[in-house]
Write a protein that binds this ligand. Structure first.
Ligand SMILES: [Zn+2]
Length: 317
């Protein structure tokens, strides 16, 4: 049992005294809050990187670090409305990228957790792929319009930003991560399946060779129409959303990649529907989903009891 994405909730912050937004830039607090996945929730894996912004922040993007009940986010400049970059050639990874506070915090948290838990738990690192990094560093709309207007520029952006993924991913493995979640949100809610096949799949296949550990790809939203392509990425697993039927998903990937997920967040977990947790866990297990977990980072106001219930329900089956 393990979750590829964040299990942090406000009640776990209260239990540990380690609150958002401090945890994002304080390794000791990040490690302690993340440790509740094992200590309190009963999962066998700990994933300390809670948000989606640490790389973008270290690159120099303008941040809104959020608050106790809100995830951080990247913002455009309030003066110019611009994001950090407009052209791929502007992307320069700073020499001290891994020593900057947002990236160093994740690396130090992994080291602390490895010391604290030894080999008792799996440590799950997290990186973002170039598609998601481009949303943060170029702006989502500015980037997506390139699919139609300038595919060559889009490819150059993906190539430059892939280096960030590799650098940060390798550093997390050195710091103690056993595997990496790779978030790269080319979701069916925004992009066509062919866009995944033509632009991102070759990049993912390359990343699968360059990252020295099992990688769990995470894409939220609808993804059934691209799972056949995702199955050929070379990644170890795909973490998918409850918008996709587990049995259909297992059929499509046909043993070529393991599946993880896909318990519903906004209704089942957030509203604490325990019977529904049990039903969804049983359905996913019966379908052949290898790792049962929430579909994505849990909403911060979720009562952690329903997250723990996933483990209990899975053990009963
Ligand atoms: Zn997600």
């Amino acid at each position: 049992m393990g979750s590829p994405t964040s299990l942090a909730t406000v009640d776990l912050m209260e239990k540990t005294g380690c609150f958002f937004p401090d945890v994002h830039n304080d390794a000791s607090k990040m490690a302690t809050l993340a440790g509740t996945a094992f200590d309190v929730l009963g999962y066998d894996a700990i994933a300390p990187y809670f948000s989606v912004v640490q790389e973008a922040a270290a690159m120099g993007a303008i941040m809104d670090w959020g608050d106790r009940a809100r995830m951080p986010a990247v913002r455009p400049s309030s003066d110019t409305g611009l994001y950090l970059y407009q052209e791929p050639e502007q992307v320069e990874i700073p020499d001290d990228f891994l020593e900057r506070l947002p990236t160093r915090t994740v690396l130090d948290a992994l080291r602390i957790l490895r010391r604290r838990y030894g080999d008792e738990v799996a440590l799950v690192g997290k990186v973002f792929g170039p598609w998601t990094l481009a949303y943060h560093l170029f702006g989502l709309e500015n980037f997506l319009i390139l699919v139609l207007e300038d595919p060559d520029k889009l490819r150059r952006i993906l190539e430059r930003l892939s280096e960030v993924t590799v650098l940060f991913g390798r550093a997390q493995v050195e710091a103690g991560a056993d595997c990496l979640t790779l978030g790269d949100h080319l979701t069916g809610d925004l992009c066509h399946a062919d866009t995944y096949r033509d632009y991102l799949l070759p990049v993912h296949q390359r990343l699968a060779g360059l990252l020295p550990c099992p990688v769990i790809l995470h894409i939220c939203g609808r993804s059934l129409d691209r799972m056949g392509h995702i199955a050929t990425s070379g990644f170890a697993a795909f973490h998918f959303d409850s918008k996709n039927d587990a049995k259909r998903a297992v059929e499509i990937v046909n043993g070529r990649i393991r599946l993880a997920g896909n318990v519903n967040n906004p209704d089942t977990l957030y509203r604490g529907k325990i019977d529904q947790v049990d039903r969804e866990v049983a359905y996913a297990l019966e379908a052949g989903v290898a790792i049962i977990a929430p579909e994505c980072a849990v909403p911060l106001a979720t009562n952690s009891r329903s997250i723990r219930r996933i483990v209990e329900a899975a053990r009963c089956e």
